[in-house]
Design a protein around this ligand. Structure first.
Ligand SMILES: Nc1ncnc2c1ncn2[C@@H]1O[C@H](COP(=O)(O)OP(=O)(O)O)[C@@H](O)[C@H]1O
Ligand SMILES: [Mg+2]
Length: 322
């Protein structure tokens, strides 16, 4: 991190100077650290993610590789439960990076995303220093000690490898996108009272979206785009085998086939990978040997979460085909 004191700031430049001195950094004398590339090849991505329990399709592995190489944020879009959040966690794990997560929701704002001042502590400091001049107090209360960094600032300030996960971006308001655009184009954040914080080591950024609303073209342009849909049968079988190794091969196959058939129906909420894995766990717990009609009907609530979906599925599923 390098902090550029704000020109004409509130006379508090010594704060940023001291921070930079402590960090022994100057922007023009610090060469970019010779960072080892995160992944050496697409196969390397697949192999290392698999070690953490994440099975990437070729499209996922390729895009993750490129995002690492090009240093571009990765925008991952797709239905709930297909492994978007998990992908960011897995990348952090294989990279030995800390994961900084900004969970988006309606109303998430700068004070939740960037930073805020610790007002309570500032007030205590003001009342403790009654004999000081206002200038002294003011200099002090707008220093690092009183700053509460939130995920975006935390990710940019760190010198250690970081994966920044901006999760469920579509839930945030449009104004938030403007803020993200700023941060993701320059990897710097200005705290008016302190100066501009510039990342010396760019985090690997993953934005996820359930496509609840269209993200702006400007934001998309800044990112590499990856759509994760429901997996192919073969990949989903491998995921189930990995997560629920105790389930027999025949039953694993049936589970994946039934889930596939359910996805082909016009349901309010099609089951996702998360539900497939839950269902496999359930069948193992029930000690089921085969997927017969009774077992399926009794456990449909694990994969379908709406009563009309359950009724529709129970009526339509071709149980002879199980
Ligand atoms: N490719 C995958 N490899 C391993 N597990 C997966 C994969 N895709 C999904 N999962 C499983 O699905 C669950 C839900 O994934 P998650 O990342 O929370 O979904 P999303 O963020 O897309 O809603 C994870 O906990 C994981 O067990
Ligand atoms: Mg998620």
């Amino acid at each position: 991190m390098y902090i550029t004191p704000r020109p004409g700031g509130l006379g508090r430049n010594h704060v940023t100077e001291s921070v930079n001195k402590r960090l022994d950094r100057r922007p023009d004398t610090v060469p970019d650290p010779p960072e080892a590339p995160l992944f050496t090849s697409v196969d390397d991505v697949s192999a290392r993610l698999a070690e953490t329990g994440y099975l990437a399709s070729p499209a996922v592995a390729t895009t993750v590789f490129l995002a690492g190489r090009l240093g571009k944020p990765l925008l991952v879009e797709g239905p709930a439960g297909v492994g978007k959040t998990e992908l960011a966690k897995a990348v952090a794990q294989v990279a030995g990076a800390r994961l900084v997560r900004l969970q988006c929701y309606e109303g998430v704002d700068e004070s939740r995303a960037l930073y805020e001042w610790n007002h309570a502590k500032q007030l205590l400091r003001i009342s403790a220093g009654r004999d000081e001049s206002w200038d002294e107090t003011r200099t002090d209360i707008f220093s690092e000690e009183f700053l509460l960094p939130r995920p975006l600032l935390t990710a940019i300030r760190g010198d250690e490898p970081t994966v920044l996960l901006i999760d469920e971006t579509d839930k945030a308001d449009v104004e938030m996108e403007g803020l993200l655009l700023e941060v993701l184009s320059d990897f710097q954040i200005t705290v008016p009272e302190l100066g501009t914080v510039t990342a010396t080591r760019r985090p690997f950024v993953v934005l996820t979206s359930n496509a609840g609303r269209e993200l702006s073209e400007a934001l998309r342009r800044r990112c590499l785009f990856l759509h994760i849909g429901f997996p192919e049968e073969e990949l989903e079988r491998r995921i189930v085998r990995l997560k629920v190794p105790g389930l027999g091969a025949a039953l694993t196959e049936s589970v994946v086939r039934v889930v596939g058939a359910l996805r082909a129906m016009d349901l309010r909420k099609a089951p996702s990978v998360a539900e497939t894995v839950d269902w496999a766990h359930t069948l193992l717990a029930l000690g089921a040997d085969t997927l017969d009609e009774t077992v399926v009907r009794d456990s449909l609530g694990v994969i379908l979460k709406h009563q009309d979906d359950i009724q529709k599925a129970a009526a339509k599923l071709d149980l002879d085909a199980l």
